[in-house]
Write a new protein. Structure first.
Length: 94
């Protein structure tokens, strides 16, 4: 996450709690902040309803999340890798 992402999260009343609960800071310089992964899923995904995986921080999500359009090949592949539903199949070049 960039500083602008942190600032966006902090616009929510629960912003400090979101950063504490859902992100990790890499101890190595320059100390980047990352959205945590729980197992193979983003920590911000609400998996409490079977078949729905909504983002708990969608309104203030990081820029990296904003560039992946819903249902795009990148989104579908991320969903496949996280076992969140079907995806497109990518053929590797040999």
């Amino acid at each position: 996450m960039l500083e602008t992402d942190d600032a966006r999260v902090l616009t929510r009343p629960d912003g400090p709690e979101i950063l504490r609960r859902l992100t990790l800071i890499d101890e190595r310089p320059p100390g980047w902040r990352f959205v945590a992964n729980t197992g193979e899923r983003c920590a911000a995904l609400d998996v409490s309803v079977l078949g729905r995986h909504s983002c708990l921080i969608y309104d203030v999500r990081p820029d990296d999340c904003r560039i992946v359009e819903p249902s795009s090949p990148a989104c579908l592949e991320a969903r496949r890798l996280g076992r969140l539903g079907s995806s497109v199949e990518f053929a590797r070049r040999r």
